[in-house]
Design a protein around this ligand. Structure first.
Ligand code: GLV
Ligand code: MN
Ligand code: MN
Length: 418
């Protein structure tokens, strides 16, 4: 019976560890920033596995790749996907778990000779992380019509290269246009990347949606001058303006309380010397909240404060939005199906929102979409120590397999399901 079908944990873990060798960092973890040589090598590995499983591959014009296992009927596919790019200090599981579990689902169906009504597609999406090129979820956003292709191709990364040039260089600029992929539903399994499941001793998260994400880059211009001779009252110190913006971001999160979060992940000063008043500063602020009205209030307070700090110091200020995504609810029926499936398999369950952005959120407006979370040890992610126990991965992957089968529809044979 297809209801008894389970993933092969050794094969799934083997693929996770093999992919983790590509861009491996000393001490563990990976660095596979989007569209770098390491990302290309990861793509080559995964597309090789896809071909080996007999999938028919498509690459689109922003470098997303998906492979399709035929269904018995001419229906849109049930899609399983995520990403294989990483931040510069990435773990082995962020994104890769979703893609490689999709491959494991296909491998098990192939072995068991199971035909499904809907085709099953497994994909990875370009630059989910946004760590090299902002915004994040770039590939899935373009694919699903939320982001403009031409604008994304000309996006300049942290190293001065553009998305279009880098796609071309690594040979992953395909032909398929945005809108080519219209799945019947979208499923993604991902590590939680936070502490909740572990703290509460719960095995599976049924993700109800993703919180709103706002990224802003502030550039401050002042005047560099001698650190010893310039009286404090005569300074135009870009660095102190940046520092005040950073502490204001923290104060906003502290004042609003959970679920508001605020992060200053980049702060750079120029010229960056011990005895020179900084003439330039650049910093990024990441604000997130599940409530868009509250998030908008946080953004407005930060913008007004930044203007005030710059004016008080006689500095120039520019603010640029790097990413802005409203909170996204997932499909209630699919969330329920995940919850029921997890419980039927004997796992404890929690319905929860996602704190991190995910490719699934780009599909959610266009097709029924939901996600499965598994626990993250010590709540760590975007950290080389990111870890999830194999048995926790088994639990989540089995849930995903059964949910995919339920959505794809198994063709029963005369003698029962093979
Ligand atoms: C993307 O992974 C994000 O949530 O920053
Ligand atoms: Mn991820
Ligand atoms: Mn990530």
């Amino acid at each position: 019976m297809s209801g008894n079908l389970r993933i092969d944990l050794d094969r799934l873990m083997g693929r996770i560890f093999r992919l983790g060798e590509i861009g491996a960092l000393p001490g563990g973890g990976v660095k596979r920033l989007a569209l770098t040589d390491e990302d290309k090598a990861g793509r080559d590995q995964v597309t090789g596995w896809m071909r080996g499983l007999g999938l028919t591959l498509t690459t689109d014009c922003i470098g997303n790749v998906w492979g399709v296992r035929e269904g018995a009927e001419a229906l849109p596919p049930v899609m399983i996907g995520s990403h294989i790019d990483s931040v510069a200090t990435g773990g082995l599981y962020d994104g890769t778990l979703g893609v490689l579990t999709g491959l494991e689902v296909v491998a098990r169906l192939n072995e068991a000779g199971i035909r499904t009504r809907h085709p099953i597609a497994v994909g990875f999406f370009t630059n989910e992380e946004g760590a090299r090129f902002a915004p994040d979820m770039m590939g899935s956003g373009v694919n699903q019509g939320a982001l403009d292709l031409a604008e994304m191709l000309t996006t300049v990364g942290i190293d001065g290269r553009t998305v279009g040039d880098e796609l071309d260089r690594i040979g992953y600029q395909g032909e398929a246009a945005p809108g080519t992929l219209r799945p019947a539903c979208f499923l993604e399994i991902h590590v939680e990347q936070g502490p909740v499941l572990e703290e509460e001793g719960v095995e599976i998260g049924a993700v109800t949606g993703v919180q709103g994400i706002s990224w802003t880059e502030f550039t401050v211009s002042g005047v560099s001058n001698h650190a010893g001779t310039t009286p404090m009252r005569l300074r135009h110190d870009a660095g102190i303006v940046a520092a005040r913006i950073a502490t204001e971001a923290r104060a906003i999160a502290d004042d609003l309380g959970p679920p508001q979060v605020a992060t200053v992940g980049v702060i750079e000063l120029g010229p960056g010397l011990v005895n020179v008043v900084p003439e330039a500063a650049r910093l990024t602020v990441d604000l997130r909240n599940t409530d868009d009205a509250v998030l908008q209030g946080a953004e407005a307070r930060l913008a007004a404060a930044a203007e005030r700090f710059a004016a008080a110091e006689g500095c120039g200020l520019e603010a640029r939005t790097l990413a802005r995504f409203a909170p996204v609810p997932f499909d209630g029926d699919t969330v329920d199906l995940i919850a029921r499936t997890a419980e039927a398999l004997g796992h404890s369950l929690k319905r929860m929102p996602s704190g991190a952005g995910h490719d699934a959120q780009m599909f959610a407006p266009n097709c029924p979409t939901a996600m499965v979370f598994v626990p993250s040890k010590d709540g760590l992610s975007h950290n080389i120590k990111e870890h999830t126990d194999p048995e926790q991965i088994r639990a989540g992957a089995d849930v995903l397999l059964q949910v995919a089968l339920a959505r794809a529809g198994v063709i029963e044979t005369a003698g029962g399901t093979p």
